[in-house]
Every structure is written in C-alpha cells, then in structure tokens.
Design a protein around this ligand. Structure first.
Ligand code: PMP
Length: 448
C-alpha cells in the first residue's frame, strides 16, 4: 500500500534527472530501501548487486558506520561554517591538505564545491580570471573532446559532448569547441594506438590554429571518458595531449570526477599516465556519495597568477556550501577507509573484474571489452567482424538495464548498447564473479 502510494507520488511530483519527461510514467520508479557493502535492497525486499556504485560514486561501499559517525559527530559539534569572510572550520582545512599531499605534482590548492558540475564550472571561471590576470582576456575559447561529459550546469554542459545535453536547450555555446574522441573500437582510423594519438595531436593543433592561438583558454579531458561509454584512450594519448597543451601555452584540465579515488587504481588516474594537469576536478568518490561534495585542485602557478591578479580585491566566486564541514568530515573518514585497505582491495578486485569480463569476449554479442581497474564496459554487437551495433529495438538503455535488474544486477547501460561497470571498490572476489556471471545470463537472454 505504502509502496503504491510512493510510486504514485513519484509519478505526480518528482522530476528525475535525465529520465523524467520520457517513458518514466510507463516504467515507474524503482525504490531502493537500504544497502550494505555492494548489495542493495529494494522496497520489495529484493537484493541486487550494485555493479555501478550508485552513479560511479559509492567507491567505499554502503553502510560504513564510521562514516555515519563522522557526519553525526561533526553535525553535533558544528554543522555549518562558511568559508566566506576568512572564516572556516577544521575538516575542510585538513581535507585540502590531505588532497594536496596525495595529488600529483604541484596541485597544492583546493577549492571545494558541491559536486562535479560546479567543480567544472568553477574551473571555467578560474581559467577566465587567470587569463585576465595575465593580460590575455581574449582567451575565452574552450576545447573538449567528443563523447566527453563535464556536467549538467550551463557551462559544464557546454563542454559536454553527448546528444541530449545540448538539443532543445538553445543555450549559446559559441565559446566551446570539440576534437574527435580517441574511441578505439569504432575509430575510422582503425585501432592502431599510435595513429590515433598522432591524429588527436594533429586535430588539437589544427583546432587551436583555427580558433586563433591567442584565443584558446583551456583544454578539458577525462582520463577515461565515462558517460560517453567508458572510452579508454590508448596508452600515451593523455600524455601527448598534456604535452601539446604545454607547448601551445593553453591550460590542461583533467576532469577526474569519475576516475578519481581509486576507480582506476591510484587516487587520481593522472598518476597512471605520469602527468600533472594545471587544474583537476573531482567529486563522487571524494565522499563516496554519502554526502555531496566536489573539489577543484589548482597548481601552484595557476594559483599564484590568480592571487597576484586579485591583489587586495575579492574574487566573486563562491557557494554557501563550499568547504562544508560535514561533507569534509565525511571525506576525511572515507579517505581513511580507502587507505586502510579499500584502495588495495579495489586494485585486486579490478584485475578480477577485467579478467572476468574478458571471459565474455567469446559471447556472440560481445564486440569489445575495455576498462581499467574498477571502471569497465562491454560493447554489444550482432556481428563481431562488422562491429554491427545491436538493432535499435534491442538497444534502448532501459531495456538492457531492466534485463540486468531482473537478474539482480545493477549496471549502467548506454544508448549504443554498452554495459558500463563501476562497482564499489570493496567488492569481494565472489561479488565480482557474480557480476560477471549475471552479465553472462543477461547476454544469453538478450540473444534469445
Ligand atoms: N564530470 C564528469 C567526468 C562526470 O562524470 C560528471 C558526473 N557524471 C560530472 C562532471 C558532473 O558531476 P555531478 O553530477 O556531481 O555534478
């Protein structure tokens, strides 16, 4: 009874991100009631394995009492302190220092936000301020990568290059430009990594020439494109792009909202590639999804230019909930759990996940298996040699998602017939094996 009325209330009143305004009425909402480790329980009491850590965020897993305690203790002591007017509180100060210590290179300055989109938006404003301060205010053009996702706020959505995030919104995005994705599986250049790297370098160089070398402010990139379908660049691609940005004198911004906090192994995926971005954005795993929080990590040189440019003036950029003490207290506890064994477990589990998914390569529907660590995808096709995508009626993301749900598995399915995986890093070997086994069942059912 309660369930029915909840479903009714949802239909009448709650606007869901992305999925509302379409088909939602027909499907109805699935209500989750509780969770522990990597297991979710829905409102019918059914248990499901979360192969997606919520929305690529619950890296530590569900149900950690110590996180709950950290939040409760901070709420009792001091639930809120603004960072404005040179005020502050202990947790965000300690968290900023902890992140600076662990981040690659000289990313020593941290600006806290509420999530990933406003972290990206903040970088756009910081980058603009940086170029103003350097007397190059004409640098107001931004470049990102096709299939990239950088958030849903107006500016972040401008950098995002996924269908649906621009269509129908009519926002003028004249300041943003795209280069082709490094997407290997369906790359018109074939799957030779060196050819793809050379082509991307040439394309970024040509794009900067076309826009005007003195007009480009920054290049944005995810170390692995997440929402675009878990697109892993060839080894060396990210470094080549980073080096080119340095040569061209434009800022390089790594969006690690998904790849941060052990998702691919290290705390930040840039470390895998041996690169130091000028700015780095993160969120999701920062608090493991228990409370909202994001961050911008800024290198010494960018910070200094902005600070000198500002002089004694205030910089008009801030959020009421920047550096929220409860979120920061949660993030500090999450970090302690990660370093107390969850990162290590994630590395082991990631190897098992990739090996397990590789065993599905022999399935008639599996065209590609890709990923790194606990971030992976399968791409489904009906003809492996021709890489023929699933027919349109088999593709809708909801259909594959529903089929997995029926098998007790939560994954993300992308519109192109891609299964995405980002399980909590705390998964046991048995849970990883179960994710793979349930996937095989979903594939078999899709084949029938
Ligand atoms: N950047 C990337 C790479 C993301 O994957 C996301 C979210 N999926 C965002 C930015 C936006 O983060 P949020 O949803 O927390 O605003």
């Amino acid at each position: 009874m309660l369930t029915n009325s909840l479903h009714e209330l949802d239909r009448q009143h709650l606007i869901h991100p992305v999925s509302s305004f379409r088909g939602h009425e027909a499907r109805g909402v699935r209500v989750l009631r509780s969770a522990k480790g990597a297991t979710l329980t829905d409102d019918t009491g059914r248990e499901l394995l979360d192969g997606f850590a919520g929305l690529w965020c619950v890296n530590a897993g569900y149900g950690h009492e110590s996180i709950v305690e950290a939040a409760a203790e901070q709420m009792r002591r001091l639930p809120y302190a603004t960072g404005y007017f040179d005020l502050g509180s202990e947790p965000p100060i300690r968290l900023a220092a902890a992140l600076a210590e662990r981040a690659p290179g000289d990313l020593n300055h941290v600006y806290f936000t509420l999530g990933g989109s406003d972290a990206v938006d903040s970088t756009i404003r910081f980058v603009r301020y940086y170029w103003h301060a350097r007397g190059q205010a004409d640098r107001d053009q931004f470049i990102s990568v096709e299939q990239g996702y950088h958030g849903s706020t107006t500016m972040g959505a401008g950098l995002t290059a996924l269908p649906g995030f621009h269509d129908g919104f009519g926002v003028p995005y004249a300041w943003q430009h795209k280069i082709s994705s490094h997407y290997l599986y369906r790359n018109p250049l074939g799957d030779d990594p060196q050819a793809v790297i050379a082509a991307s370098v040439a394309e970024l160089r040509a794009k900067v020439d076309e826009i005007g070398a003195d007009r480009v402010a920054a290049f944005y990139v995810e170390p692995i494109q997440g929402s675009g379908g878990v697109l892993v660049p060839p080894p060396g691609w990210l470094k080549a792009m980073r080096d080119l940005c340095a040569e061209l004198g434009i800022l390089f911004i790594a969006d690690e909202v998904i790849t941060g906090f052990g998702r691919t192994g290290p705390i930040f995926a840039c470390a895998d590639e041996g690169i130091v971005p000028d700015l780095l954005t993160c969120a999701k795993g920062l608090t493991s999804g228990y409370v909202p929080m994001g961050a911008v990590l800024m290198s010494d040189h960018v910070y200094q230019v902005i600070a000198e440019g500002a002089g004694a003036r205030a910089i008009g950029h801030g959020f009421t909930y920047s550096a929220h003490p409860v979120s920061a207290a949660v993030a500090l506890e999450v970090l302690a759990l990660y370093e107390g064994g969850i990162f290590e477990n994630g590395i082991r589990a990631g190897k098992r996940l990739m090996a397990g998914l590789e065993t599905l390569r022999d399935h008639p529907l599996v065209g590609d298996v890709r990923g790194r660590g606990m971030l992976a995808a399968l791409e489904l096709v009906t003809d492996k040699a021709k890489k023929t995508p699933l027919p349109a009626d088999m593709q809708p993301a909801t259909r594959l998602f529903d089929r997995a749900w029926e098998q007790g598995l939560v994954i993300r399915s992308f519109a192109q017939g891609i299964f995405g995986y980002a399980p909590p890093l705390c998964c046991t070997e048995a849970e990883i094996d179960e994710i793979v086994a349930r996937t095989r069942r979903v594939l078999d059912l899709t084949l029938d």
